[in-house]
Design a protein around this ligand. Structure first.
Ligand SMILES: Cc1cc2nc3c(=O)[nH]c(=O)nc-3n(C[C@H](O)[C@H](O)[C@H](O)COP(=O)(O)OP(=O)(O)OC[C@H]3O[C@@H](n4cnc5c(N)ncnc54)[C@H](O)[C@@H]3O)c2cc1C
Length: 414
C-alpha cells in the first residue's frame, strides 16, 4: 500500500467502543486522522452505561500517590498514563462535555446526575463532530491475512475486511459478556503469539459452603457496617450474603488477594468484624452482664444490637457451646472466620484481572510483535478495586494508545 501523504490521509481503526476505545478515538480524530470505531454490539459503551446504574463512580479524589497504589503491581507501568490523565484532568474532561461532577463523602467522584447516559451522549456527539464513524454489529474475528492492518469482521451482511494504517484494540476484559466484552480476543491474539495472562475474575464474589438452613434464611441479606480482613488488610463497609456465598464492596476490595490465596491453597479464610465500632473490651463488658433466663440470641441483640443476619452468621459459624460463652462469642463477633472456596465466575465479576502483558507492549501501548497495533483498557493485564480506578485507567490507557498512534504516524513521516 503506498504511504499516504499526510496525517489527515491516515485511517485508524478502533476495535471496541467502550471507554478506552472511545478515548483513543477522541485523541486520534482530534489530530485530523480518519477514525472508524467498530463494535460487536448494536451500540457502543454498554458496560459504561451499566456502570452508570451504580451511579458511575468515574474516578477518585484521593492524592495521586495513594491513588496510584490502588493498581498494586501495575502501578509503575500505568504511572505515565495516569500521571497525564489523573482524576483532576479526567474531571475537567467531563466538565468540558457539559457534565458537572461532585466528590462524595468517601472521596469518590461521580457525575452530578449519577448517570452515564448524558455523558455518553455528549461524548458520542463530540466524536461524531470530530469525524469519527461508528460501525456497530461488527464482531472482530482477527486478521484476514498476515498484515496487521487488514482486519476481518463478522457483520449482519457477512464477512467484511477493512484496511487501516493503525489499529487500536480496546476489547475489554471478560466480565459481563452480555454487554459485549466476551474475551474472544484472547485466542485471536494468542494465535499471534502475544504474551498474556489468563483472564480471571476481579471485584468478584466468592462461594462459601453455607448450610441449607442459613442459605434459605439469609441469602440476599446485606451485612451492613462490618469489616472484612485478610492477610493483614482490612476493609470497612458492607457486603451481602448470597445463595452461594458472599459478595459486595468489602469483599471486592480484597478479591485479588483472596483469589490468589484460593489459587495457591484451595481456599481463603477472611475474617469479619461484625461490630467494628466497638472494642473487644466493650463487647465483653456488655455481654458478661447477667442474662437471667434470656436466650443468648436475645442477650446479644439487647447488649450489642447484633441480630438478624449477623446473629445468624454467628450461629452458622460457631458451635452452640461457643455461642453461649460470652468471651468466645465476643471473639467471634470481632473476627468471624469465613472460608471462601472459589471465586464466582468471571461473567459475574465487575471486572477482570489478566490480559495482554505489559511486556508485550511498548511505552506507546503498541504490541511490539504487531507494529501498528495498539492496546488499551481492561484487556491489558492490570486490575484495581472499585472506586473509579477502573474507568480512570481505561480512559488513561485509551488516551495513551491514541497518542501512540499519532506518534507512530508522525514517525512514519520522518
Ligand atoms: C456492573 C458494573 C459496574 C461498574 N461500575 C464501575 C464504576 O462505577 N466505576 C468504574 O471505574 N468502573 C466500573 N465498572 C468497570 C468499567 O465499566 C470497565 O472497567 C470499563 O467499561 C472497561 O472499559 P474498556 O473500554 O476497557 O472495555 P469495555 O467497556 O468492556 O468495552 C469493550 C468493547 O469492546 C467490544 N468488543 C469486545 N469484543 C469485540 C469483538 N470481538 N469485536 C468487536 N467489538 C468487541 C464490546 O462490545 C465493548 O463495547 C463497572 C463494571 C460493571 C460490569
Amino acid at each position: 500500500m503506498p504511504k499516504p501523504a499526510s496525517i489527515s490521509d491516515k485511517i485508524a481503526a478502533v476495535v471496541g467502543g467502550g471507554p478506552a476505545g472511545l478515548m483513543a478515538a477522541e485523541v486520534v480524530s482530534r489530530a485530523g486522522v480518519k477514525v472508524n470505531v467498530y463494535d460487536a454490539m448494536p451500540s457502543v459503551g454498554r458496560k459504561f452505561l451499566m456502570a452508570g446504574k451504580g451511579g458511575l463512580n468515574i474516578t477518585h479524589s484521593e492524592p495521586f500517590a495513594s491513588f496510584l497504589t490502588r493498581y498494586n503491581g501495575r502501578a509503575k507501568v500505568l504511572q505515565p498514563a495516569l500521571t497525564e490523565f489523573d482524576a483532576e484532568v479526567l474531571r475537567e474532561w467531563v466538565h468540558q462535555l457539559g457534565i458537572k461532577t461532585f466528590v462524595g463523602s468517601s472521596g469518590r467522584v461521580f457525575p452530578a446526575e449519577m448517570k452515564a447516559a448524558p455523558l455518553l451522549r455528549a461524548w458520542l456527539h463530540k466524536l461524531r463532530q470530530q469525524g469519527v464513524k461508528f460501525h456497530v454489529r461488527h464482531r472482530w474475528l482477527g486478521w484476514s491475512d498476515s498484515s496487521p492492518y487488514t482486519l476481518r469482521f463478522q457483520t449482519p451482511h457477512g464477512l467484511r475486511d477493512i484496511e487501516a494504517d493503525a489499529v487500536i484494540l480496546a476489547l475489554g476484559g471478560g466480565s459481563w459478556p452480555q454487554l459485549g466484552s466476551t474475551g474472544e480476543w484472547v485466542s485471536i491474539l494468542g494465535e499471534r503469539g502475544v504474551s498474556m495472562t489468563a483472564l480471571a475474575p476481579s471485584n468478584c464474589g466468592f462461594d462459601v459452603n453455607w448450610s441449607e438452613h442459613f442459605r434459605q434464611r439469609y441469602a440476599g441479606s446485606p451485612l451492613k457496617s462490618v469489616a472484612a480482613s485478610f492477610s493483614g488488610i482490612g476493609k470497612r463497609g458492607d457486603c451481602m450474603i448470597t445463595g452461594t456465598g458472599v459478595e459486595g464492596g468489602i469483599i471486592y476490595a480484597l478479591s485479588a488477594l483472596l483469589r490468589e490465596e484460593i489459587a495457591q491453597t484451595g481456599s481463603a479464610t477472611c475474617y469479619l468484624d461484625l461490630a467494628p465500632d466497638k472494642t473487644m473490651a466493650v463487647l465483653i463488658e456488655r455481654l458478661s452482664k447477667s442474662r437471667g433466663k434470656q436466650s443468648m440470641t436475645n442477650h446479644l441483640r439487647k447488649c450489642l444490637g447484633i441480630d438478624g443476619v449477623k446473629a445468624g452468621l454467628l450461629r452458622e459459624t460457631v458451635t452452640l457451646e461457643e455461642f453461649n460463652d460470652p468471651a468466645t462469642l465476643c471473639s467471634a463477633v470481632k473476627a468471624l472466620p469465613v472460608k471462601l472456596i472459589t471465586a464466582r465466575p468471571i461473567a459475574e465479576a465487575i471486572s477482570s484481572a489478566g490480559g495482554v502483558s505489559f511486556d508485550a507492549i511498548d511505552a506507546q501501548f503498541m504490541i511490539e510483535s504487531l507494529p501498528g497495533v495498539f492496546c488499551a483498557g481492561e484487556m491489558l493485564d492490570w486490575e484495581a478495586p472499585t472506586g473509579g480506578y477502573l474507568l480512570t485507567a481505561c480512559f488513561a490507557t485509551g488516551r495513551k494508545a491514541g497518542e501512540g498512534v499519532l506518534n507512530w504516524f508522525n514517525r512514519a513521516h520522518e
